[in-house]
Write a new protein. Structure first.
Length: 124
């Protein structure tokens, strides 16, 4: 598992333009299984802890509204960054990714995330 996550992180770092940080966390416990940042002052585990609340709030809203929907991803656009929260198909894990908005290619980024999102559900 750790080799898979290391490869995942290195793949994102190498292939996602504007990569800043990534973290993989479990939704039920909030436990972070992996994190990587290219900026010393950007803590992806701390960011995941806060974004976990965003995911839980949206899941609660879906339940309260009695929707038959699942979260695919949540995108938050900041002044100079884009934060993507990509929830696994089984709803147990999420990938948190931060990229520089001036360099990001969202199509390529989402394609890479979708590839790994399926594998994370199976390997964790």
């Amino acid at each position: 598992m750790s080799d898979f996550l290391k490869q995942f992180g290195e793949d994102l770092k190498t292939n996602v333009p504007g990569f800043i940080a990534v973290s993989v966390a479990e939704i039920s416990s909030g436990m972070s299984y992996y994190s990587l940042s290219v900026l010393a002052d950007f803590d992806p585990e701390l960011a995941s802890a806060f974004n976990l609340e965003v995911v839980r709030a949206k899941m609660n809203a879906i339940k309260a509204l009695k929707l038959t929907q699942k979260i695919d991803n949540i995108m938050i656009t900041l002044t100079s960054q884009i934060h993507i929260i990509d929830v696994s198909d089984n709803g147990e894990y999420f990938i948190y990714l931060a990229v520089d908005s001036t360099r990001a290619n969202l199509g390529m980024t989402k394609s890479i995330l979708n590839k790994y999102k399926k594998e994370i559900s199976n390997k964790l």
